[in-house]
Design a protein around this ligand. Structure first.
Ligand SMILES: Nc1ncnc2c1ncn2[C@@H]1O[C@H](COP(=O)(O)OP(=O)(O)O)[C@@H](O)[C@H]1O
Ligand SMILES: [Mg+2]
Length: 646
């Protein structure tokens, strides 16, 4: 007799549960997705003890027929897929038919459901995968699923759970973000300590963002509007495929001044599914390139919609990863849509509430985490840092400046973390969100900070500290950091000249001789061509010595040596795989930083005017290449308020 056996379903389900149900938030995710697939418009999520003791999700969706209520717990039982062909065009969130049997195999589950197509509903009770009860019952339409004692029969998994607060935070993050994906629906998240989220239907994403995060956070964000791009497909009359496919991107992004130390504040939905995707994460980083420092990340809430055939959702058991059919197209579309919007809106930070990166980073740390913290005060420490995890090999388009992987918790295989640990915090749901049917104050929303397009009309009044230009504009008072402003002007100028291969160069009367260390010599050998391209004419001059014969016109001769050493040093410090593009940007940034006017320098009226005009003409006047803000605005409205005139 052979030794191979087919595992009984009960064992197979428990194995599947290992992938599908990683933590309480994964249960919430699967059940919420089922409710969404069932066309529900009201979702109530109740949790106790971070979801370990209880998770109950009630919906007003289609409900299940009595026979289906039993069948739903069979392995691979689904109403959403019939055929292999359907796999390429999945319009529902679920399709694997694994969630219910998996969850039921590692908890005590009660399903109560009633489809209006039948007179009565069904009640099914299962514990650890064993059917305990199945009966007809008089129930209201819709479905209620109660999951108690998660992992009661899987002690190993129980040990891996984090504190109740952390698990609750994961659940809160999840429900919050699904509520953002469906502004027209009602979501409630209740815990014994109080309501964590309660949002009623609104018309727009913007209003939902306001409901969830409040006016202050909304002010920090840029509305992406709707960007759309059509992909022409190779003509194939046989396939019956459409000749083209349209991609749409909507959402909200933070201004460059809001900087996060990790990617945990980036939420991406593809066709309504919350996913983690390296390709899109990279698009976002690329869009913020040169606007924020290399190792920091924005807040982003993005919704990408496309034909179901353009994206393979069947690549991960908990469906948090996807694969795009036309990766490059998607990558560039998302990057360019974001970048264009960032550049177009030229958001100026208002210097009243949120000018400094610190306050911006602290800003989302809202009442929610405060409450969690209070709850935790009695019990265990909140901030058990989770073990760092290897994010796995990055694909070829990987972030070059990617920082060492930050410690993070995993949620269903994805890397969504709600920050109760340390460092800048991602946005949280606000506690007891106001019921906003009619009292949505448009004013609070339209008072977003001004646009840097106004820079060109500013009238400089003078300097503070011989470092910051004060200027009057139609929309308020402005303060401009003269050094970073000039740095941005020069940076873009050098970049443009590099691209055109026409750098203004000055030939030196006497070559400048530089003595290099052995390491610098190696880096120099690698960079020599590129230095030439960027206006530095150099040649080897004996042992570990180079002669500089010409330099970019912007560079003062006195700074030449420092600049060259700095370029060599940065290139040495950077990872090997620095692209040509990155290298050029580095060189441009170094030249710009060194050649820019310094702080503590008096400027006459004409110079100040020139600086503001030139800044207004740049593509990205909002932040220097290192992400520091350039100009702060004190809106007239705030001034009026401060003087009690409104
Ligand atoms: N809240 C619900 N309302 C109506 N039907 C549901 C609900 N939850 C689950 N179902 C039914 O149970 C089936 C199995 O669910 P699940 O195991 O999550 O698999 P999948 O979602 O992949 O189909 C679904 O296909 C659906 O028909
Ligand atoms: Mg499902």
């Amino acid at each position: 007799m052979g030794r191979i056996r087919v595992l009984p379903d009960q064992v197979a389900n428990k194995i599947a549960a290992g992938e599908v149900v990683e933590r309480p938030a994964s249960v919430v995710k699967e059940l919420l997705e089922n409710s969404l697939d069932a066309g529900a418009t009201r979702f109530r999520v109740e949790v106790e003890a971070g979801g370990r003791r209880l998770i109950r999700i009630s919906d007003d969706g289609s409900g299940m027929l009595r026979d289906d209520a039993l069948l739903a717990f069979e392995r691979h039982a689904t109403s959403k897929l019939r055929d292999v062909k359907d796999l390429v065009s999945i319009a529902t969130l679920g399709f694997r038919g694994e969630a219910l049997p998996s969850i039921a195999s590692v908890s005590r589950l009660l399903l109560e459901t009633h489809s209006p197509e039948e007179a009565t509903g069904a009640r099914v009770e299962i514990a650890g995968g064993k059917m305990l009860r199945c009966e007809e019952a008089a129930l209201p339409p819709g479905t209620v699923i109660t999951v108690r004692d998660l992992f009661f029969n899987v002690p190993a998994r129980r040990k891996f759970l984090r504190s109740e607060q952390t698990e609750l935070a994961h659940i809160a993050s999840l429900v919050t973000h699904y509520s953002l994906a469906h502004p027209e629906k009602t979501f409630e998240l209740l815990s014994p300590a109080g309501d964590l989220l309660r949002v009623t239907p609104v018309d727009t994403l913007r209003e939902r963002v306001y409901q969830v995060f409040g006016a202050r956070v909304l002010d920090e964000l840029i509305d992406l509007g709707v960007s759309q791009k059509e992909l022409l497909l190779p003509h194939d009359p046989e396939s019956g495929d459409p000749p083209s496919s349209v991609f749409r991107l909507r959402g909200f992004l933070s201004r460059p001044q809001v900087q996060k130390s990790n990617r945990n504040s980036i939420f991406i939905f593809v066709n309504g599914r919350l996913i983690r995707d390296r390709l899109l994460l990279h698009s976002i980083s690329a869009a913020y390139h040169n606007l924020i420092p290399p190792a920091s990340f924005p807040f982003a809430l993005l919704f990408l919609d496309c034909d179901a055939g353009e994206v393979d959702v069947n690549v991960h058991p908990s469906k948090v990863e996807v694969r795009f059919r036309h990766q490059n197209f998607v990558h560039d579309f998302v990057r360019d849509a974001i970048r264009e919007r960032l550049i177009e809106s030229r958001p100026a930070p208002a210097f009243t509430a949120s000018a400094s990166p610190q306050s911006a980073a602290a800003l989302p740390y809202s009442e929610f985490s405060q409450m969690i913290e209070n709850q935790a005060a009695a019990g265990e420490r909140l901030s058990t840092p989770p073990a760092p995890q290897d994010p796995g090999p990055l694909p070829e388009f990987a972030l070059r400046h990617a920082p060492a992987p930050a410690p993070r918790l995993d949620f269903g295989g994805s890397q969504i973390r709600i920050g109760l640990d340390s460092g800048p915090q991602p946005l949280h749901a606000r506690l007891r969100v106001p019921e906003t049917h009619g009292d949505f104050p448009p004013e609070a929303i339209s008072s977003a900070a001004g646009s840097l397009t106004a820079l060109g009309d500013l009238r400089p009044l003078g300097q503070i500290h011989e470092s910051f230009i004060i200027a009057a504009g139609r929309d308020g008072l402005w303060i401009i950091d003269q050094h970073v402003a000039h740095e941005r002007i020069l940076f873009e100028k050098v970049l443009k000249q590099q691209a055109a291969g026409r750098l203004e160069v000055q030939h030196l009367l006497m070559p400048v001789i530089l003595q290099l260390t052995a390491e610098q010599q190696i880096v120099y050998a690698r960079l020599a061509d590129e230095l030439g391209h960027s206006g530095f004419e150099t040649e080897p001059f004996g042992n570990r010595t180079i002669a500089v014969k010409a330099a970019p016109a912007a560079v003062a001769q006195a700074d030449l040596e420092k600049i060259l050493f700095e370029i060599l040093e940065t290139a040495e410090g950077e990872q090997r795989g620095l692209s040509l593009d990155d290298l050029r940007r580095n060189i441009a940034a170094t030249i710009a930083c060194r050649a820019a006017i310094k702080i503590n320098m008096r400027l006459d009226q004409q110079k100040m005017e020139w600086l503001l005009q030139a800044l207004a003409a740049t593509d990205c006047p909002m932040s220097c290449p290192h992400g520091r803000p350039i100009a702060l605005q004190y809106p007239t409205r705030e001034i009026l308020k401060a003087f009690h005139r409104i």
